[in-house]
Design a protein around this ligand. Structure first.
Ligand SMILES: Nc1ncnc2c1ncn2[C@@H]1O[C@H](COP(=O)(O)OP(=O)(O)OP(=O)(O)O)[C@@H](O)[C@H]1O
Ligand SMILES: [Mg+2]
Length: 387
């Protein structure tokens, strides 16, 4: 059966979605924090620059030409106003920097700036820039990012793993149901073919046999030919019966698995010259009809192989409970064992296929000089075990 691949389909669609959600969660809050704080700090720097500008305006008005030189007094006044620690850059009206003793300026790449203009008599006299280092702010934003990245990773794992797990479980169940449906359809088809063979070809041969009897009673046939034709018709009828029995074993429905297996071991062993010991545990778990059918078919195939390929003289069949809700089927023979390379046929492949469809396992062993051992474990109620 072609795999449904629903889980891999979901994975391929869910992964980019979850990844982009995780990235948004990890990045958005730290970015918003950083931008908000940056705006607040630039606003505060503008206020500082404007307070420095007020002090500077008074100084310019007091010493219109000389304020640029000897700025010690200006620095003193700034300290008095509580602005001594503000990092300030002052440019005069011509754009030249005015030396001022103030807090150290941060490196340009990491600085935030707030600006204020100083005008006297309606003309621009100087520009004041107040600066602050934004590295502490960036550090806080980075720590926030780490915390949110961790949160995003956890969230992403939950968002990804939970649906994928649920889908994998559902997919297993769907595959199991489909394979059981295929098995049921296959068996129904086999039963139909068996009915057709029995009711069509079988009845025709039986009618021909009766015609033959009538003809020979009327002495309408040459001597001897009635016996020959009769033998051929009997052989054909046997062949039809064998085929219908293979397609839909009546013994299974009539006798139940344990007795059907015992009967098959006895009848097949008797006709093929194989001494078969059949051991079916009395307390087997309640088994699904498909599982019983599979057990019967597997035993048929393994015993037939033992005779056809291994030329075995003895074989044993055992069916036992294996753990909770499972059965173990074990068929071994004393034949020549598997040859290397193993021949290609439908039988062993069919055993593996049946077990797989029911969620079971197969182990085929052939230790040197010890024939072949086929071990199959099957869930008694496949739907329940795999659910
Ligand atoms: N019990 C056995 N003893 C020895 N050889 C075996 C035994 N069972 C299987 N083999 C080997 O494994 C091969 C594959 O077996 P398998 O049942 O798949 O095919 P087959 O019996 O040859 O054909 P088919 O079952 O389709 O009629 C066989 O050809 C045979 O060589
Ligand atoms: Mg075979």
């Amino acid at each position: 059966m072609t795999p449904l691949k629903l889980t891999s389909w979901l994975r391929s669609r869910l992964f980019p979605l979850v990844l982009s959600t995780a990235v948004v969660v990890a990045v958005s809050a730290p970015c918003a924090f950083y931008l908000r704080q940056r705006l607040d700090r630039v606003e505060a720097l503008r206020a500082d620059a404007s307070r420095v500008a007020d002090v500077l305006r008074a100084e310019i008005e007091a010493r219109p030409r000389l304020w640029r030189y000897g700025t010690g007094k200006l620095s003193e006044r700034l300290s008095e106003e509580g602005l001594g620690r503000v990092s300030v850059r002052v440019l005069d009206g011509d754009g030249f920097a005015v030396p001022l003793e103030a807090g150290p300026l941060p490196p340009n790449a990491w600085a935030l700036w707030g600006r204020a203009e100083v005008s006297t008599a309606g003309r621009p006299a100087a520009t004041v820039w107040a600066a602050a280092d934004q590295r502490p702010l960036l550090g806080t934003a980075f720590h926030l990012f780490l915390a949110f990245a961790l949160l995003a990773a956890l969230l992403g794992t939950v968002l990804y793993v939970m649906p994928v797990r649920a889908m994998a479980g559902a997919e297993r169940r769907i595959e199991l149901l489909l394979s059981r449906l295929a098995l049921a359809l296959q068996q129904e088809e086999r039963r139909r073919i068996a009915r057709e063979l029995h009711d069509g070809v079988g009845q025709a041969i039986t009618a021909a046999r009766l015609e033959l009897l009538a003809a020979s009673a009327r002495a309408a046939l040459p001597p001897g030919s009635a016996e020959t034709i009769g033998r051929r018709l009997d052989e054909a009828l046997d062949e039809v019966r064998r085929s219908t029995a293979m397609l839909a074993p009546p013994a299974l429905a009539e006798l139940g698995l344990a007795r059907a297996l015992e009967r098959h071991c006895t009848s097949f062993g008797g006709s093929a010259g194989l001494n078969v010991q059949c051991d079916v545990e009395a307390e087997l778990p309640m088994m699904d009809a498909d599982v019983e059918g599979a057990c019967y078919r597997i035993v048929q195939e393994a015993l037939s192989n033992a005779v056809r390929h291994g030329h075995a003289t003895c074989a044993s069949v055992s069916l036992k409970r294996a753990g909770t809700g499972a059965v173990a089927l074990d068929i071994s023979d004393d034949g020549s064992g598997l040859k290397d390379p193993v021949g290609r046929g439908q039988g062993l492949e069919g055993i593996r296929e049946r077990a797989k469809l029911l969620g079971g396992e197969v182990l085929i062993e052939s230790p040197p000089g010890a024939g072949v051992r086929v071990r199959v474990t099957l869930p008694a109620q496949p739907g329940e075990v795999r659910a």
